[in-house]
Write a protein that binds this ligand. Structure first.
Ligand SMILES: [Zn+2]
Length: 150
C-alpha cells in the first residue's frame, strides 16, 4: 500500500515536543493513535501544528467507531494521491505538495509506481465492465484513466 511508504518528516521533533515515542511512518497504527488522541497541539510550533491539523482533518476524520484502525486513513491517503494527479500535478509535484500540506515524505518514484499500478487496475476495470456491459462503470474508469495518464 502506498500509505505504508509515507513518512512524517518531523516525527523526531514531535517525539521531543510530546515526550512520546512516535514512529516516523505516518500511517503506522502508533502514529495514528498518538495524532488522533494523545497530542496537546498547543505545545507545537505553528507550521508543525498546521500540518498535523491538516493531516487529522484530511485523513482521520471518518468517524468510524474503530478509527483510526478502520482502514479509512490509508484509503483516504491513496485517494488523495490520485486526486492530486487528476488535478494535473506530476509525481514530483505531488511529493512536494504532500510535504508542504501534511509534512509527509513520499518519494516521487514511489508515487510514480503507484500511479502506474492504478492505471493497470483502471484498465482492467474498463475491460471487464465493457465485457459485462456495465456502461457507467466503463465510462467512469475511462474518465479517471484519461485524467491520470494526462
Ligand atoms: Zn474510518
Amino acid at each position: 500500500m502506498i500509505a505504508d511508504r509515507a513518512r512524517f518528516r518531523a516525527a523526531r521533533k514531535l517525539s521531543r515536543a510530546t515526550g512520546m515515542r512516535i514512529p516516523d511512518l505516518a500511517f503506522h497504527g502508533a502514529f495514528l493513535e498518538v495524532v488522533s488522541s494523545g497530542i496537546n497541539f498547543e505545545y507545537l510550533d505553528g507550521p508543525l501544528r498546521a500540518q498535523l491539523l491538516e493531516f487529522v482533518r484530511e485523513f482521520l476524520s471518518c468517524g468510524c467507531r474503530d478509527s483510526p484502525d478502520c482502514g479509512c486513513p490509508e484509503r483516504r491517503f491513496a485517494r488523495k494521491v490520485l486526486e492530486l494527479r487528476e488535478e494535473g500535478l506530476d509525481h514530483r509535484e505531488i511529493s512536494a505538495r504532500l510535504l508542504e500540506e501534511y509534512g509527509i515524505d513520499l518519494y516521487p518514484a514511489d508515487i510514480l509506481s503507484y500511479l502506474e499500478e492504478s492505471i493497470h487496475v483502471l484498465e482492467a476495470i474498463r475491460e471487464v465492465s465493457q465485457i459485462q456491459g456495465k456502461e457507467p462503470l466503463r465510462a467512469a474508469s475511462e474518465r479517471h484513466l484519461r485524467s491520470i495518464v494526462g
